[in-house]
Write a protein that binds this ligand. Structure first.
Ligand SMILES: Cc1cc2nc3c(=O)[nH]c(=O)nc-3n(C[C@H](O)[C@H](O)[C@H](O)COP(=O)(O)OP(=O)(O)OC[C@H]3O[C@@H](n4cnc5c(N)ncnc54)[C@H](O)[C@@H]3O)c2cc1C
Length: 639
């Protein structure tokens, strides 16, 4: 037997060395316990119990709503989540991709349209979605991006008067607790962020910093100015983005908004419970929900409101299952129509992705002992590769294909794979579902070269997708038609944006490391010159994928003809029912959508609180109480 170094292991010892190292081993064997926060207790709830509010979904927005509504001790709140507690992998940033395609992911797949994404397995894009406390905030890449003020001005200009830029900015600050010393030392940055909110914002200590610094110099060289804060300046700029991670641990919304209120007696949380229907009276007032847990059906009542925060896929799905949606579609799925709401599930927007692979001489292969050291470093110091996302670095650029634009239409984030990195093949196969021929061409180049992956995404797509029901069974995944690049303007912007991004290959840094653009083996595109417009047009059509930012499927707006909810997030046509999550965005934002979803949770809670404080107990009408009693009687009799 010999040590890693090759020295013999059976070396003379007094015994102390053995016990010293053995105790260290014991420490490391138990170290995963140091990573786990307390678990939120499972509520004990009786079937047919009543609450003031029922919230469906404990994700980015729903966790915020649950926290804010239960601040009022007089209100009883029930929060229902389809998934369970997040696993250890959700706490450790560098294990993010290990959650994909597990029971903690809804594992949605888009419908193959026979035209785009044909170099993906079965022509369908994997729409990862968190199915656990924290929702997608427990599985995402942790970038904290607020978007451009012009995005919110558009919301306001479309008639959504509750969403002025000032209100939106105030609600971002309400959630935030900026804890990065360098950022705090800059007065402008300090003033931009909030400091007393539950959500910790910090920066990653990237282990790739010496390379990200060089890529930032390269971005500067091609006109994407380096700035100290990308949430303040995000047009033709590059920099390091802050993250929802603190001291090497993910700050998901359950950790930030639910754990601290575990002691409140007026909130109950049900886990692993699938809400299947919102109950609506004949007078069109929501008065409860039906759900399933461990194969049993339950009914719970809401005397004030039902808040749907199930995310951009499941929220429209639940509305349709409850009879609120386009009448023809409901009829086809044999669901009685409660309200004909034609925009439910429509006008879906998503940030679509096209990858650019650039190969170069560094960074070199990571040795096995280095990997072991990295793991120990994380356990002891919460530092090293495991303290940052395994899918991306924190370097990012925002730019526009239009020279005079006031906000960006392209975003690029940077991932670095050292030479011969097995994670590269895993990432592109499992995460992006690329077919073998594409994967092989990238992995082959990575064998002897480091790989810089620029994840390009289109920020303001004109193409509109939709979500519809595959059946009236709540357990069946809905049909997702993203319709990426169906509007020709999108393809033109993507091609221009990619051409701007690839200029980086000719910068000083990339020349110094022998950088070259990798050709992707896509048979349909192999006839085109590498980096030509035709090549990128072909690659984009064949490889288009997602950054997992679906929005707008329950958009807010002025009436039922153009939207699903009003500016106060009340579902058009039904009283006592709101949607509060990413699905209500009237237009997507210039960046990743987690921060905006949390902000929607904050603003939505304020609107609910305002409306329910104004009317006091009058919000609970006698009519509703008698409906609930009648419903309970008839159901209890049936049991
Ligand atoms: C892989 C990935 C990476 C991402 N990276 C980033 C990033 O780095 N930065 C960023 O800003 N954004 C990122 N995003 C996007 C961002 O996380 C989402 O936009 C945001 O979390 C959406 O919040 P939400 O509240 O609308 O929905 P969610 O967070 O998805 O919450 C919905 C919750 O409802 C639950 N639910 C659904 N249906 C039911 C039902 N019928 N009954 C009970 N519960 C139900 C779900 O399980 C889930 O917990 C990423 C997303 C993914 C998937």
């Amino acid at each position: 037997m010999s040590c890693i170094s090759g020295a013999p292991c059976l070396y003379p010892t007094t015994g102390n060395a053995v016990s010293t190292f053995a105790s260290a081993l014991q420490y490391f064997a138990a170290a995963q316990c140091l990573l786990t926060p307390e678990l939120l207790p499972e509520a004990s709830v009786k079937n047919f119990e009543s609450f003031d509010f029922i919230i469906v979904g404990a994700g980015s927005a729903g966790s915020v709503v649950a926290n804010r509504l239960s601040e009022n001790k007089k209100w009883n709140v029930l929060l229902i989540e389809a998934g369970g507690d997040a696993p250890i992998e959700a706490n450790v940033p560098g294990l993010e991709s290990n959650l994909f395609n597990t029971t903690y992911d809804w594992k949605y797949l888009t419908v193959n349209n026979g035209r785009t994404s044909q170099s993906l397995i079965n022509g369908s894009v994997g729409w990862i979605r968190g199915k656990m406390l924290g929702g997608c905030s427990s599985i995402n890449a942790m970038f904290y991006v607020q978007g451009n003020s012009a995005d919110y001005q558009r919301w306001y200009d479309a008639g959504n008067k509750e969403w002025s830029v000032n209100e939106v900015r105030r609600c971002f600050r309400k959630s935030e607790s900026l804890q990065n010393d360098e950022m705090l030392s800059d007065p402008k940055i300090r003033a931009h962020y909030g400091h007393n909110g539950p959500l910790v914002i910090n920066k990653f200590n990237s282990t790739f910093r010496r390379y990200t610094d060089k890529v930032m110099e390269a971005w500067e060289e091609i006109g994407f100015r380096n700035v100290p804060d990308l949430n303040i300046e995000n047009v033709m700029t590059s920099g390091l983005i802050p993250g929802t991670a603190a001291n090497g641990v993910r700050q998901s919304t359950d950790r930030a908004f639910l754990l601290p209120i575990a002691g409140r007696t007026n909130i109950k949380i049900l886990k692993r419970s699938l809400v299947t229907k919102v109950l609506v009276t004949k007078e069109l007032k929501a008065y409860g929900i039906e759900m399933e847990k461990d194969g049993k059906k339950y009914t719970f009542y809401a005397t004030r409101e039902v808040v749907v925060s199930a995310g951009a896929i499941a929220s429209p799905q639940l509305l349709m299952l409850s009879g609120i949606g386009p009448v023809e579609h409901l009829r086809e799925k044999k669901i009685p129509c409660v309200v004909n709401s034609p925009k439910v599930g429509q006008d879906l927007q998503d940030h679509c992705v096209v990858p650019v692979f650039i190969h170069g001489d560094v960074p070199d292969e990571v040795s096995v002992p280095d990997t072991h050291y990295d793991n120990l470093n994380y356990l002891v110091n919460r530092q090293g590769p495991l303290a940052q996302s395994d899918l991306t670095t924190d370097a990012m650029a925002f730019y526009s294909t239009d020279k005079n634009a006031s906000y960006s239409n392209c975003q690029t984030s940077l991932t670095i794979f050292p030479k011969n990195k097995s994670l590269l093949s895993d990432t592109i196969t499992k995460t992006f579902r690329y077919k073998e021929n594409v994967v092989d061409s990238i992995v082959e180049a990575n064998k002897n070269h480091a790989t810089y992956l620029l994840i390009y995404n289109l920020l303001h797509p004109e193409s509109k997708g939709n979500i519809s029901l595959s059946s009236n069974n709540p357990k069946d995944s809905p049909l997702i038609h993203p319709n990426y690049l169906s509007d020709p303007r999108d393809l033109e912007t993507v091609v221009k944006g990619l051409k701007m991004a690839t200029k980086i290959v000719n910068t000083k840094y990339f020349k110094s490391i022998g950088g070259f653009l990798g050709r992707l083996n896509i048979p349909a595109c192999n006839k085109f010159f590498l980096d030509s417009e035709e090549y990128w047009r072909c690659v984009s059509i064949n490889l288009v994928s997602t950054l997992w930012h679906p929005v707008r499927t329950c958009q807010m707006g002025t009436d039922i003809g153009n939207s699903v909810v009003d500016s106060r997030l009340r579902v058009h046509g039904v009283k006592g029912l709101r949607v509060v999550d990413a699905s209500v965005m009237p237009n997507t934002v210039s960046g990743n959508t987690n921060a905006a979803s949390i902000m929607i949770g904050e603003r939505g809670s304020e609107l609910i609180i305002e409306d329910n404080t104004k009317c006091g107990l009058k919000c609970i009408s006698e009519k509703i109480i008698s409906e609930i009693l009648e419903h309970r009687e008839s159901n209890i009799n049936r049991i």
